[in-house]
Design a protein around this ligand. Structure first.
Ligand code: HGY
Ligand code: MN
Ligand code: MN
Length: 421
């Protein structure tokens, strides 16, 4: 049969996709109507099991690699490298139903559509759910995709544990992975023909222009540091103000100075956040002796992140002039800004129906595709986010938009199947 004649007549099943979004969206639901599928939590494990059951219902094989990434693929006897669709199932605390999950569910829907239509492609079509994309208690976001692309090795992770002392070794094993065998999950360059990720935009650009399909040109760079300020604990009543070395006061000055640096950066694409902060010992009558925080800087160009970091250095130098504080800084993430594959961008454009529009846009959120781009051709499609809300329970995308973008992905897969080696 002529492949092109099959392609244009096939669409994904919107009701089935909607059903799966709702069913998966009940796993990890909390009292604030948000999702708590934090990496390796009971709810994360339950979502992973839900996904495995769905694969089994399709009578497909699946593999859990050493990073606990879950892979499946349609049967195909060709020797070609596979085209892989993927994203993640874990969420931020009190997160939404769409971030990550949508990309996996659209992949599942596309596999199901191809199966029920009996379509065999030249390239095997696969699907992956990556482990621990979001920041997590192990301080290892985009964990699964970094392992697959060789950016995290056994030596980087073998001693990792949470603040409560739970080792990554134990937690990863609970999801079917293995720290000792971690490097077996690594893929060689060109082992995959392409990686395609659909995600919600998490901003308002598509919505403001009433466009359903976003085609991502590049993904922001993300730099994170864990910073500990060490002062001196002492009695809050008997220690004179001039005699104090208060870790919280120093950290607070830093927070304010940091916000000013990023706010004043001429580029809107440079943003910075301190989203996690803890004080020790944490009593009203003890001067804080330790503050621990996570600082994040994002930017569309590596130089802009570097230049922001230089200004951060100046703040620390200035702080040291005023207080005998000790500061420990550990870099925990340094993801360079990444361009998406030009050929895939062109293919996405061609796959949008002529009566519909698309918008080319950069992603200011990080994604697994950023890492996959180092070993294969990577491309991303965005779906509009209502009110631009994400990482919160209000996160929502309309099924009409989702359906359109899923069909763009399906048609793109047919085109790439013909185009790629
Ligand atoms: O943090 C991010 O940009 C992504 O949502 N993980
Ligand atoms: Mn996210
Ligand atoms: Mn995500």
């Amino acid at each position: 049969m002529n492949k092109l004649s099959i392609n244009t007549s096939i669409n994904i099943n919107r009701e089935r996709l909607q059903f799966n979004i709702e069913e998966l969206g009940n796993i990890g639901l909390n009292e604030s109507h948000g999702l708590d599928r934090i990496t390796f939590s009971v709810d994360d494990l339950q979502a992973r099991q839900w996904f495995i059951n769905k694969i089994k219902e399709l009578k497909l094989d699946y593999q859990i690699d050493a990073a606990a990434n879950i892979w499946t693929s349609l049967p195909n006897t060709n020797e070609k490298a596979p085209i892989i669709i993927g994203s993640h199932l874990d969420t931020v605390p009190n997160g939404g139903r769409y971030d990550g999950a949508l990309g996996v569910l659209i992949g599942l829907e596309i596999l199901t559509t191809l199966l029920e239509n009996g379509i065999t492609t030249e390239h095997p079509i696969g699907l992956v759910s990556f482990t621990a994309e979001e920041p997590n208690p192990y301080n290892l976001s985009t964990f699964g995709s970094r392992v697959v692309t060789g950016k995290l090795k056994k030596s980087d992770i073998e001693h990792v544990q949470t603040k409560e002392g739970i080792s990554l070794k134990t937690a990863l094993a609970s999801a079917g992975g293995s720290v000792d065998a971690i490097e077996t999950a690594q893929k060689k360059p060109d082992e995959l023909a392409a990686f395609l990720e659909v995600h919600i935009e998490q901003g308002k650009r598509l919505l403001n222009q009433s466009i359903s399909t976003g085609i991502v040109t590049a993904i922001t760079g993300i730099y994170r540091e864990e910073i500990t300020f060490k002062g001196e604990a002492n009695h809050a009543g008997t220690t004179l103000m001039k005699e104090r070395n208060d870790a919280l006061v120093a950290a607070s000055k830093f927070v304010v100075a940091f916000e000013e640096i990023v706010r004043n950066h001429p580029s809107d694409e440079v943003v910075g956040t301190i989203g996690q902060f803890s004080i020790k010992p944490g009593a009203p009558n003890i001067i804080p002796n330790e503050v621990n925080l996570l600082m994040e800087i994002r930017g569309d160009k590596a130089e802009k992140i570097k230049e922001t970091l230089q200004q951060v250095e100046n703040v620390f130098a200035e702080l040291a002039n005023h207080q005998p504080i000790k500061v420990n800084r550990t870099n925990i993430l340094d993801q360079a800004p990444t361009e998406m594959d030009k050929r895939i961008i062109e293919t996405f454009k061609d796959a949008v129906p002529p009566e519909d529009k698309y918008l080319l846009l950069g992603s200011m959120a990080g994604h697994d595709a950023t890492h996959l781009a180092s070993i294969t051709k990577a491309g991303m499609l965005f779906v509009p986010s209502i009110d631009g809300k994400s990482h919160c329970p209000e996160e929502y995308s309309r099924i009409e938009d989702i359906e359109k973008v899923a069909n763009v992905l399906l048609q793109s897969i047919f085109k790439l199947d013909n185009l790629l080696n």
